[in-house]
Design a protein around this ligand. Structure first.
Ligand code: NAD
Ligand code: DAU
Length: 355
């Protein structure tokens, strides 16, 4: 188990220029000056250094541009910086893209994870005191729920999309390295996140951007799919807790206790947007357009977060209405960020996905 006291350590965070990773990097750099945080990110379409401007000059922070599938590069940086802890978030993360290009997901999410695992076990060779490999995963590995029930830590894996299959596979490798090489790992499986810095290919930021520009809101199928939404800052707080207080070789589920059918969420978003943009009530909802369903669309996700709540004292800090309102405010205040990430390749992606 990792040291209880915060001592000097080199921490590698992968995918720290992405949505969740940027919140985790900022939290660790600001809260733990004794740590040196190395943020390794390939800066794919989803990675954006603008997400990290507030900490980029800090003494305890270094950005490393690199790809987790580049084995030589990964070996070199592990030798050079001798990371005591790894918090692994780098991934291809969008289900729709995984349907169009599954191999890219296998490469980054499975092979990339294995390359990091190999580098970590080679470096420490069972000299594990104070070391930890923390793998960030998703509730999608459990597949889909019917109208009732919750995903617990022992729910069998049953992934339905190439994305969730690749994440499930990476979880299995982490666990297998724990059994075979005694790797001190923790895994968390979290529900849908929302908040600042999320790339506008995911439901909430895509719809915020479309409402701003009066574009149709493409609801897949009948809109009666259910997700459990968690404010990204609460996920970063949970990651901090699990990294420092979680038990080796344990899995923790993280969720918002906050289920919404897509169509109800979209209507709430429309109401909040009308108010904030001073538009006539009902104007955003008129943009709702039902479109072709996502193949293999999981009906419902909902997390039982009792374990992390009881054992580590974690629970979400904001209500969904508050979190959503803060999120909209962030996007409205950062239209330049939104404009930058939606120019160029985003237009091609949008055409392909929603033509
Ligand atoms: P994201 O797509 O916003 O960010 C992913 C980051 O990884 C980007 O900065 C990208 O540049 C980087 N990256 C991608 N491929 C890489 C590679 N080969 N080498 C190095 N860096 C690479 O993703 P996110 O939504 O922030 O998700 C982060 C992690 O959390 C993922 O592992 C995802 O599976 C998991 N997760 C996400 C959610 C969610 O709702 N977004 C929920 C549960 C778990
Ligand atoms: O559950 C955790 C997962 O949540 C993470 O592991 C993934 O990285 C993350 O992308 C997210 O997956 P989802 O597929 O649930 O998220 P997305 O925002 O793509 O879609 C949310 C719901 O909204 C889903 O039921 C599909 C629907 N949707 C999505 C888009 C982009 C639409 O109806 N229209 C859309 O245009």
């Amino acid at each position: 188990m990792i040291d209880k006291t915060i001592s000097k350590k080199n921490i590698l965070i992968t995918g720290g220029a992405g949505f969740i990773g940027s919140h985790v990097v900022k939290r660790f750099v600001n809260k733990y000056p004794a740590y040196h945080v190395y943020n390794l990110d390939a800066l794919t379409y989803a990675g954006n250094l603008e997400n990290l401007i507030e900490i980029e000059g800090k003494d305890n922070y270094t950005f490393l541009k690199g790809d987790i599938t580049d084995e030589n590069y990964i070996k070199t940086i592990f030798k050079k910086y001798r990371f005591d802890g790894v918090i692994h978030l780098a991934a291809e993360s969008h289900v729709d893209r995984s349907i169009n290009d599954p191999l890219a997901f296998a490469k980054t999410n499975i092979l990339g994870t294995m390359i990091l695992l190999n580098a970590f076990i080679t470096l420490w060779k069972e000299n594990w005191l104070g070391k930890r490999f923390y793998h960030i995963s998703t509730d999608e590995v459990y597949g889909t729920l019917g109208e009732t029930g919750l995903f617990g830590e022992t729910t069998p894996y049953d992934p339905n999309s190439p994305y969730s299959a690749s994440k499930a596979s990476s979880d299995h490798f982490v666990r297998a390295y724990g059994e075979t090489y005694n790797l001190p790992y923790v895994i968390t499986n979290c529900s849908n996140n929302y908040g600042a810095n999320q790339f506008p290919e995911k439901l909430i930021p895509l719809f915020i951007n479309n409402i701003i520009h009066n574009k149709p809101l493409p609801v897949y199928g009948d809109g009666n799919y259910t997700r459990d939404w968690l404010y990204v800052v609460d996920h970063a707080i949970a990651i901090d807790l699990v990294f420092h207080k979680g038990i080796d070789k344990e899995t923790y589920n993280i969720g918002g206790f906050n289920e919404w059918k897509n169509i109800d969420l979209v209507k709430l978003l429309c109401r909040q947007m009308d108010e904030k943009l001073n538009r006539k009530e009902g104007s955003s909802a008129r943009l709702i357009t039902y479109v072709k369903d996502r193949p293999g669309h999981d009906l419902r996700y909902a997390i039982d977060a009792t374990k992390i709540n009881k054992e580590l004292g974690w629970s979400p800090s904001v209500t969904f209405e508050e979190g959503l309102s803060k999120t909209i405010d962030w996007y409205l205040a950062n239209e330049k960020w939104l404009g930058n990430v939606t120019s160029g390749a985003y237009q091609e992606y949008y055409e392909l996905q929603y033509k």
